[in-house]
Design a protein around this ligand. Structure first.
Ligand code: AMP
Length: 270
């Protein structure tokens, strides 16, 4: 499954991406996080991005497109990924289309988290306070001043993506003002509705695992594992049929006759 989470800063993309990772075993690719890691490590990309990020601007398209292109080639991205914070501009979306086409990959859906802008300042302030309370360092761009700039940039450069993906029939909009739990449930519901995941995939996966005991493969996808019970039933039916045939043969031999299979073969010779 390959998804894009679209929404302004503070709309809950990161939180929902984590929940999708947990539920479907796919990876989250956050360009913001990758860039922060590059800044912390002082790599050439980090050095270029540092000041732009601190001021709430956008890092040049070629840098983020390059990061994403390399990252989705890694083995852990094979089962699928959620793009969080990418694409952020129409040229990035076009570059993504191009690179997915080149890699023979298909995008399943773009989930837009629609939120009320006035609530975002409050959310970002809460996020900063919670980070401080945990004794962690607050993001340099998690301030109301920078947020206002990031929101303006979202409106101008990222919001056109709603039209871009809606035209391509990829856009699914979820009310991001609901509780975290409700948003998660709604995302899971629409993913099942479009057939991107099996309905109740984790439940089915759990049941299948139980049915298959220790032989279950941990790396199996949710969709494959969900087919487990049906396969197990099919196997059981075949085993019973084989047993019944063996029994008929034994009874025939015990009665002094020949195995029905051998008789059939003899008849066939005549
Ligand atoms: P985020 O964690 O997604 O809020 O991103 C933090 C910052 O990283 C943004 O304000 C940008 O400066 C930069 N950034 C993240 N993703 C992108 C992107 N796709 N294009 C350009 N800049 C980005």
């Amino acid at each position: 499954m390959r998804l894009i989470l679209l929404g302004p800063p503070g709309s809950g993309k990161g939180t929902q991406a984590q929940r999708l990772v947990h539920r479907y075993g796919i990876i989250q690719l956050s360009t913001g996080e990758m860039l922060r890691a590059a800044v912390a490590a002082g790599t050439p990309v980090g050095l270029k991005a540092k000041d732009i990020m601190a001021s709430g601007g956008l890092v040049p398209d070629d840098i983020v497109v390059g990061i994403i292109s390399d990252r989705i080639d890694q083995p852990d991205a094979k089962r699928g990924f959620i793009l969080d914070g990418f694409p952020r501009t129409v040229p990035q979306a076009e570059a993504l289309d191009e690179l997915l086409k080149r890699k023979h990959m298909k995008l399943d859906a773009v989930i837009e988290l629609r939120v009320n802008e006035s609530a975002l300042v409050q959310r970002v302030e809460t996020r900063a306070a919670e980070t401080l309370a945990r004794g962690e360092e607050v993001r340099i761009d998690d301030t109301s001043e920078v947020l206002i700039k990031r929101l303006a940039s979202y409106r101008q450069l990222t919001e056109p993506l709603i039209h871009y993906y809606s035209e391509r029939r990829k856009l699914l909009t979820v009310d991001g003002m609901m509780t975290i739990e409700h948003v998660t449930r709604e995302i899971n519901r629409i993913l099942a509705a479009i057939g991107a995941v099996e309905p109740h995939a984790p439940k089915a996966a759990k049941a299948a695992k139980k049915a298959m005991g220790s032989r279950s493969k941990p790396a199996a996808t949710a969709a494959n594992t969900a087919k487990g019970p049906a396969n197990a039933v099919r196997k059981a039916v075949k085993a019973v049929a084989r047993g019944a045939k063996r029994l008929v043969r034994k009874v025939a031999i015990a009665k002094g006759g020949k195995s029905p299979k051998k008789v059939t073969k003899k008849r066939a010779k005549r």
